[in-house]
Write a protein that binds this ligand. Structure first.
Ligand SMILES: [Zn+2]
Length: 100
């Protein structure tokens, strides 16, 4: 019984973490999965221009911001994501330097 309870809590927590995490699944709405590049990352093939980039969110977002064939809406949306990520990074940097 206790074990079942523990698993349920764990499952709930990991579910929450996925939902609160980076919107990686959104990136993949604009890319097709290509072959694996290494043990952890796949190739991401752009739906708009068929260019391939490494399937990590940073590179995918960077590409969508400057993809010539992507809709302006898509470019703008991902430019916002990029700015947000930058702000988060800078906020973390500040936090870290305050700790020193
Ligand atoms: Zn593209």
């Amino acid at each position: 019984m206790a074990v079942f309870f523990f698993i349920t809590i764990n499952w709930k927590m990991s579910n929450k973490r996925i939902r609160l995490g980076r919107p990686s699944s959104k990136n993949w709405d604009h890319f097709k999965e290509g072959p694996k590049r290494n043990t952890t990352h796949k190739t991401a093939i752009c739906n708009y221009c068929a260019k391939d980039v490494l399937g990590v969110s940073e590179q995918m977002i960077n590409h969508l911001c400057e993809c010539e064939n992507a809709d302006v809406d898509v470019q703008e949306a991902f430019q916002k994501v990029k700015t947000n990520n930058k702000n988060i990074k800078e906020a973390n940097k500040k936090k870290n330097s305050n700790n020193l």
